[in-house]
Design a protein around this ligand. Structure first.
Ligand code: ZN
Length: 205
């Protein structure tokens, strides 16, 4: 099966929509790279948060593919990926706070400016795609905010009442106000445990 490449379109390449879309694409590529870096930094100490970063990185990669597809189909060019960030701080509160700020900026400012330009220049498909992406970025902000608050307040591994926890490494279940110090299934430390409710890796959370 052959792939048909749309023709280069100077009018689109020179549009405000194209510029904003390229910025949004770079934002997603950078986020993906940073979240994977954060996941690596926290892999051993806080696997549960590393997991959240890795999960979100996969969604950013998907956003980047959608945005790149929109650019190409309208006659723009392929945007090269941004270079990898240098080593990130291994401080989870800093990593979560930086990620939260970036997500807030994207759903509340960067993507709306892209949507506004596309609406003004009548690229309706781009308007709709960017609106959907902005909704997901808002969910990312909620996810990082929830982890940040839980970690700050010491509630990441402590509940008010007995709840269900499961080990991200071996799926061992545990009921209690706190997860066990060591997983009975795989001997992993408590940083592998996540509540079965309240911290889902879903669009809501
Ligand atoms: Zn386990």
């Amino acid at each position: 099966m052959s792939t048909v490449h749309p023709r280069h379109c100077p009018a689109f390449v020179q549009s405000s929509t194209h510029e904003a879309l390229c910025n949004a694409l770079q934002d997603s590529l950078r986020a993906c790279s940073r979240y994977l870096g954060a996941a690596r930094a926290l892999e051993d100490s806080l696997p549960v948060i590393a997991h959240a970063f890795r999960f979100t990185a996969a969604q950013e990669k998907e956003h980047a593919a959608i945005l790149q597809g929109l650019i190409v189909v309208h006659g723009g060019e392929v945007v090269p990926p941004c270079p990898e960030d240098a080593a990130l701080p291994a401080e989870p509160l800093v990593l979560l706070h930086d990620a939260l700020c970036a997500e807030e900026d994207r759903w509340s400012a960067r993507l709306p400016s892209c949507i506004c330009a596309a609406r003004t220049e009548s690229y309706s498909r781009i308007v709709h795609a960017c609106m959907r992406i902005a909704e997901t970025e808002q969910a990312h902000a909620r996810r990082f905010s929830r982890y940040l608050e839980a970690l700050r307040s010491g509630r990441l591994f402590r509940a008010e009442t007995r709840v269900s926890w499961f080990c991200l490494s071996c799926r061992q279940l545990h009921t209690g106000c706190e997860p066990p110090d060591a997983c009975p299934g795989c001997s992993g430390h408590r940083g592998y445990f996540i509540r079965t409710t309240g911290f889902p890796f879903s669009p809501e959370g």
